[in-house]
Design a protein. Structure first.
Length: 273
């Protein structure tokens, strides 16, 4: 009885599979008769890429020409004139990235140029420094803090300025000990996603005034100087506070947004400004 049941089960399985499987000579071929394996699935050789490169040049198709030059570069098959042409195309594309304000692909292309032609490292140092810092800002805006830190480190090694607050933002470290001028620059330059702790620290600077001593000992003069110092410190930049408010509306936190909206200057804030 058990053997009979096993036989019936095996027969049923064979019949069920019959609808989705055929004889061995049909393997690799769909049921509609089209071949499942494309005829040109083999890996392309250097000669194939060279042929496509020449055809692209004849047709003046820069995109295909660039792709084939990169493929030849990856195989170590670039000729001297190919290398020069690849650098030209990379420089041309880098100009497009600058116009489009695309820092991440820009820094990649600049590094590619230097990797191909190391002699260009010094002339491109300034452009690469600025591009790396901008790429770090872009990664930070996307929430990719690790990549942002990598780019900031690269920019710092090239001598980029204003990196302390950027690294603090990438680390998620407190900016409370930064000077007011640094906080103002951070609010102006950092992406909105990273502004919250810098905004809070900037607002806190209103309570950090220490009156300067009056050498003459005149209390009236001392009080007047203290008032002037306090006014200078309390006066937050409306432009920076407005940017911080827009960031808080999107990224929070809610208490920070409420704190900004409690300021007299916030009464006239609009999103479209």
């Amino acid at each position: 009885m058990i053997a009979a049941r096993r036989f019936v089960g095996a027969l049923a399985l064979i019949l069920a599979l019959g609808g989705c499987a055929g004889t061995p000579w049909f393997l690799g071929e769909p049921l509609d008769g089209r071949p499942a394996i494309p005829p040109n699935s083999r890996a392309e050789t250097v000669a194939d890429h060279r042929l496509k490169l020449n055809q692209a040049r004849e047709r003046r198709e820069k995109v295909i020409e660039f792709a084939e030059l990169v493929a030849l570069e990856q195989r170590g098959a670039l000729h001297a004139d190919d290398t020069r042409r690849l650098v030209e195309l990379l420089k041309e594309r880098a100009r497009d990235w600058i116009a489009l304000k695309r820092a991440i692909p820009l820094v990649e292309d600049l590094r590619h140029i230097i990797a191909i032609d190391p002699a260009r490292a010094r002339p491109l140092a300034s452009a690469l420094r600025n591009a790396a810092r901008a790429a770090g800002d872009r990664w930070l805006a996307l929430g990719e803090n690790g990549r942002a830190e990598d780019e900031y480190r690269q920019a710092e090694r090239l001598g980029a300025a204003n990196m302390l607050f950027r690294l603090r933002a990438a680390w998620g470290a407190s900016p409370a000990d930064l000077e007011r001028e640094v906080l103002e620059r951070s609010l102006a330059e950092l992406p909105e996603r990273a502004l919250a702790p810098f905004t809070a620290a900037y607002l806190d600077t209103a309570g950090t005034v220490t009156p300067r001593p009056d050498p003459a000992g005149d209390s009236a003069v001392s009080n007047g100087q203290a008032a002037a110092d306090t006014a200078a410190m309390v006066a937050h930049s409306p432009k920076l506070i407005h940017r911080a408010w827009k960031a808080a509306r999107v990224y929070g936190p809610v208490p920070l947004r409420a704190r900004i909206e409690a300021l007299p200057m916030a009464a006239g804030f609009t999103v479209d400004e």
